[in-house]
Each structure stands twice: as C-alpha cells, then as structure tokens.
Ligand binder design. Structure first.
Ligand code: ADP
Ligand code: NI
Length: 216
C-alpha cells in the first residue's frame, strides 16, 4: 500500500464529490483542514497518515450533504477499501470521522491524538476571517437572513436542542457555535492559533452590530 498514492487519490475523490458545492463545505475547506491537521499532527506527534486521510475524508459523509451515507460513513469506507487501505487503519479513520462534528456543548472529544488534530483543524476553519465567510455562504445557501434582532440565539445548547431545525439567522451562528470553539480546542497548538482568529471574529461581530444599529 503506497501511502502517498492513497492521499493523492483521496484528494481527487473529494474534489469530484464536492464539485458544485459552495455552501462552505467545499473542496477548498477539505484542503485547508487537511493541511492544518497535518501541521497540528506534527506538533502533537500524531500519525501523519491516519491524520491526513481522516482530515481529507471528514466531510464525505456529512449528514447535511450526504444524509443517506452519513450513518455508516459509506463514501469514506468504500474509498478506503477500493484503495487498499488496511482494515485496521480504516477502523481508526472512520472512528475519527464519526467523532469530528460539532453538535453542541456535548460534542464528543475524540479518543485519539489524530482525531483531536482533525477536529481542531475543522474547528479552526470555522473561525476567523475564513470562518466568517463560510458562515455567510452557508446561511445564504439555506436562504437565511443575515441578522434579525427579534430572533434570539440559543445559547450553550446541547445536541438535543442544537440539532433541532428552527428559523434562525446567520449572525446567531456566531453565538451558538463559533464563539464557543476557542474554548473547545483539544490541542495547545490549535488553542494558540484559535486565540487570534477568535479575537478577529469578535471584532467583526461588534462592528457588524454597530453598523447595523447606526452607531458606526
Ligand atoms: P462541523 O464542521 O463541526 O460538522 P458543521 O458542518 O455544522 O460543523 O458546520 C461547518 C460550517 O458550516 C460552520 O462552521 C459554518 O461556517 C457553517 N454552518 C453550519 N451550520 C450553520 C448555520 N446554522 N448557520 C450558518 N453557518 C453554518
Ligand atoms: Ni468540515
């Protein structure tokens, strides 16, 4: 099994799978998460191969984009089998993919260092300047309003409430998820990067409200 060959193929596979997807879960998100996860793995002494593949495949069975394969992570499993990955590695990678998603304050903490790096990389891509852009792109893709002072955010929701479908605004997502992520990082390396991105995002939110309210 040629490790570099599988990683290259995984990138080709995801680029095809996400073509035409512009809601923030696009191929470019996958590439950023892959690069960041490998960067964190180096600092955290995690296995670079498992980290790389789990990062590249982390959204290929996302419940919002692929509800029919989400339960068994079929897209990722089939890709790995077809590309001759070891069963032991497949098991580790699928476990990481199942643990990665944010589902509220009771989101799972990954059991492996590799999983911690992938989850941190995914969360880092949700915050900062890129995170702001992705959030508005996602909101637009769902036909959401940017902001409405009458629709209040659901603060510190656990998965039961966080995953409920309800009328919501894009701006509320900052309070329901994005501002929580800095405090939910698993690794010191990610916490350090999150610091700056979180600060930038809070400045953005303050300025947004000031402009909206005619105060700036
Ligand atoms: P995870 O990557 O932890 O699985 P999601 O897939 O729910 O999390 O979200 C990934 C990104 O998609 C978010 O960081 C955000 O940019 C965007 N997003 C998800 N849900 C919303 C929402 N309700 N409103 C606006 N943006 C959202
Ligand atoms: Ni993701």
């Amino acid at each position: 099994m040629d490790r570099e060959f599988i990683i290259k193929n995984a990138l080709i596979f995801t680029e095809k799978l996400f073509s035409g997807e512009n809601s923030g879960h696009d191929f470019e998100h996958t590439v950023r998460v892959y690069k960041m996860a490998v960067r964190l793995a180096e600092k955290e002494n995690a296995d670079p191969f498992i980290t790389a593949l789990a990062a590249i495949l982390h959204d290929t069975d996302d419940a919002k984009l692929f509800p029919e394969t989400a339960g068994n992570k079929t897209n990722a499993v089939c890709f790995l089998r077809e590309n001759g990955a070891d069963e032991e590695d497949i098991e580790k990678i699928i476990k990481i993919i199942k643990e990665v998603s944010f589902i509220g304050t009771d989101s799972p903490v990954p059991s492996s260092t590799e999983g911690k790096c992938v989850q941190d990389a995914d969360r880092l891509d949700a915050i900062g300047a890129v995170g702001i852009a992705r959030t508005f792109a996602f909101g637009a893709s769902r036909g959401r309003k940017m902001y409405d002072p009458d629709i209040k955010p659901l603060l510190n929701a656990s998965s039961k409430d966080y995953l409920k479908q309800r009328e919501n605004t894009t701006f509320n997502h900052f309070y329901e998820k994005l501002f929580l992520l800095k405090g939910m990082m698993n690794t010191d390396s990610a916490r350090e990067i999150a610091e700056n991105r979180d600060k930038f995002m809070r400045e953005f939110a303050d300025e947004f409200l000031k402009e909206w309210n005619g105060e700036a």
